[in-house]
Design a protein around this ligand. Sequence first.
Ligand code: FAD
Length: 488
Amino acid sequence: SKKAVVIGAGIAGIASAIRLAVKGYTVEVFEANGTAGGKLGEVQQSNFRFDAGPSLLTLPQYIDELFELAGKEPSRYFKYQKLDVICKYFYEDGTKLTAYADKDKFEEEMAAHIGEPVTSTEKQITKSRQIYELTNPVFLQKPFGGLKSFFTKDGFKALLNIKKLDAGRTMHRANQSLFKDARMIQFYDRYATYNGSNPYAAPATLNVIPHLEQHYGAYFPTEGMYSIITALVKLATELGIKFRYKSPVESILLTGSKATGIKVNGEEITADVVISNMDIWFTYKKLLKDQPRLHPQKVLQQERSSSALVFYWGINKKSQKLELHNIFFSADYKAEFDHIWQQKTIYHDPTVYVNITSKLKHRDAPPDCENWFVMINVPANAGQDWDTLITEARKNILAKLSTRLNENIGKLIISETVLDPRDIETNTSSYQGSIYGTSSNSKYAAFMRHANQSAKIKNLYFCGGSVHPGGGIPLCLLSAKIVSELVG
Ligand code: FAD
């Protein structure tokens, strides 16, 4: 049979491997680290377990699909539950808001706590759904190259100008036109951060994101996010896929303009198909560094998405006030994003996200304790003085949480690990530690990610958060689907 090699065991690399194995390919996956998952990793810290990166699961059907393709029953490998409470929000003015999955309940909550009329949310829901219906079939589910067969470049731009796609103004402007209350605008602006973008710059097309969460739902894997990876690796292994850990690929081998294999640990491995799950920037700059004429300069110069600063805290108490997902908003969202994107630093009052998997998976923390994953959005790594910024941010985060929760949180921390943009960059070869590849901070950026197939090198394909259609688990899984269709 034909042989495929996959560079990287991130979620998209594993999904691509599974899809090709189902097609009859012999597949080998080469992973630089000792474990699979990439950004979707796990942290063990004394008696606490944490999911290292992603914490919010949407569209789990794209995971199920992989088991179904292989003729297996998904729930025998991977279990998840739908959340009734998607997220709890704390505003600096003292407002608390619970985002219920149930639409009517959520609208009641908003009317009661914020006073925004239900008609505004109804309008938002309709808009968000319309954008989804327009973009999903032609954009998310299709290869970028494929779009060219649908549209000429000008036609494509015309598509972007369709009023319903709302690409002509920013997310923030669109939300301003829908909602009267600043707290509601902030609530909907936050969805820009789901792909590491800035709501004051990203096109309102990204207002499609709330539809995915509010209409299709938010989920929690019963065994935590990392169980996505263990389940998929189990399936892959059953399909005969070989995983080679601690195997950093050094280069992609070319014969003329054809990819013919890879070089890893000094050894040359030939293959009919090469799929890179490595960040597109490093794929060119490291694995194809001797071929600068093949580098797509424009794509490589694109602005990167934001990064993250995460504190994994073992907390020696159980909080009655928190849910699985919690957001503590900054008082001045505009100033926070200006600090991230213009000044490339951390604002003194950042929006703080707290995720506590032990609320649902009790074994993730010892009895009477909780595992707090505390994250803020930060700029991509451009050589900032992170150590100083982190010390400052930690102090500000603790002060904020302590005030809002009316308790000295610092005193409850009994163990701690920190993840910053430098770690993300080195641990997973993600350029500048950005967590979603390139940003979507301009009208066309979201549509201009690198394609899933090389235009210049035959048999070379790309998957993962840095290429089309984008970052985040569902889109990474779609990139794998597109790759398998392109491979043929
Ligand atoms: P990556 O996870 O980037 O993995 C790439 C793999 O390739 C790595 O294992 C790396 O070691 C390996 N590799 C790289 N170069 C080589 C080489 N030369 N040879 C061998 N191996 C190599 N997404 C969501 O959907 N929901 C969330 O809530 C969410 N929150 C996030 C929070 C944080 C803190 C982070 C960091 C990310 C978050 N994301 C979230 C984004 C999500 O994690 C990513 O979009 C997704 O996991 C990226 O997967 P990927 O397939 O692109 O590969």
